[in-house]
Design a protein around this ligand. Structure first.
Ligand code: 4NP
Length: 168
């Protein structure tokens, strides 16, 4: 188990998709850039993970990395699978789509763990209730642009909400 920062001072956030190579690494990097811009780097621990282990250890998808790079955002890390233990490690678990959400809720050991899980787009002011970050994996380049733009809007909303919730 990786020890995170002091739980009294750090807010531990994990973004979760299916493969942890497209959407959740994008959300992780976008959120990290926003946190850095607001001078809050030492207050957040940020990771991403997949509900599946399909791509364990793989680098982010080249198409996601290129789309992010064009906007000055670097996708880092290697795919990892979200585990039951992660419900203890993280304060907030942001699912990219409804399928990820259902999977996480089914794996959550108790009500406290379930309360940590939300759809990322519930923080996107332009999204309808229940909206997904659409899976871009089998589509064309526009899907990757859409993911990036959605993550920028939703992560900005998420940061406002977490700053309020945690008094940051
Ligand atoms: P992600 O995209 O969940 O955003 O990382 C996908 C990556 C791989 C697969 C599906 C979605 N796959 O089926 O291998």
């Amino acid at each position: 188990m990786v020890l995170l920062g002091n739980p009294d001072t750090m807010v531990n956030v994990c973004f979760v998709c299916l493969g942890n190579i497209c959407r959740s690494p994008t959300a992780e990097a976008v959120f990290r850039a926003l946190v850095e811009r607001e001078g809050l780097t030492d207050r957040f621990h940020i990771e991403s993970a997949g509900t599946s282990g399909y791509h364990l250890g793989a680098a982010p998808d080249r198409r996601s990395a290129a789309t992010a790079r064009a906007r000055g955002i670097h996708l880092a890390g290697h795919a990892q699978q979200f585990t039951a233990e992660d419900f203890e490690r993280f304060d907030h678990v942001l699912a990219m789509d409804g399928s990820n959400l259902e999977e996480l809720l089914a794996r959550a050991p108790d009500a406290a763990a379930r309360a940590k899980v939300a759809l990322l787009r519930s923080f996107d002011p332009t999204a309808s209730p229940g909206a997904d970050v659409p899976d871009p994996y089998y589509g064309g380049p526009r899907g990757f642009e859409d993911v990036l733009e959605i993550c920028e809007r939703a992560c900005a909303g998420l940061l406002v909400a977490l700053r309020t919730q945690h008094g940051l």
